[in-house]
Write a protein that binds this ligand. Sequence first.
Ligand code: MLT
Length: 264
Amino acid sequence: MIALCTGIEVAYDDVGAGEPVVFLHGFPHNRTLWAPQTGALVDRSRCIAPDLRGFGGSSVAPPFSIDQYADDVVALLDALRIERAVVAGLSMGGYVAFALWRRHRARVRALILADTRPGPDSDEARQKRRELIALARAKGSSAVAESMIPGMVGKSTREKNAGLVDAMYQMMQNAPVDGVVGALEAMIARPDSAPTLPTIDVPTLVVVGEEDALTPVSEARAMHAAIPSSRLEVLAGAGHVSNFERPAAFNHVVSEFLGMLQYA
Ligand code: MLT
């Protein structure tokens, strides 16, 4: 489906009924990252998965910033007449979830922070992103996908599930170059969300793949320690895209968390 939000077209899936959950994809993904969740959780939740601007079927239009992505999500909630939703963000989607909390916390019922980190980029990380921008402009998204795929999925997936690695590669290489560049610039400029963590007072689930090399378990443990009402789940055999690599395990911990929310 397509909604007109903040002057752009936002493509999204909206399936199921019950407590609304908004799923925010990482970089350079699109909403199909969440297909294993939206397909499985429809019986218990209304699952909404947008393409962030610049990705999937959404408009490739500036401005690109983490705050703008968050404002786009709220515009979509407005269009769908949803007052509050559980916000689930993976990696870059987690950065957007932090911004949503800072800017629109009344709209956030609970948080699911998957394979993400609160800290800003180091100087070295910024330099790597600038190199990735140059690569995207010179050689396109397939070159970006090629360079990122080894870190994106875990060792177990790389060794045992070539089909899943290929599906992830295809998703990444389909990203529009201008969306990729915009997101990299947005991530370079993103603020430190560490001071945000102690302000989070809604139930929060932190999930991480045990083999996540990009946002490792140590990051997730520190995040869990800094967010008062949080729980932590570490998924064995999964890397950075833990929801995609171990969907059944991911859906299990998310279902349990959503089930607990009715008592929170
Ligand atoms: C992601 O999966 O969204 C990226 O790894 C985030 C990042 O590059 O910081």
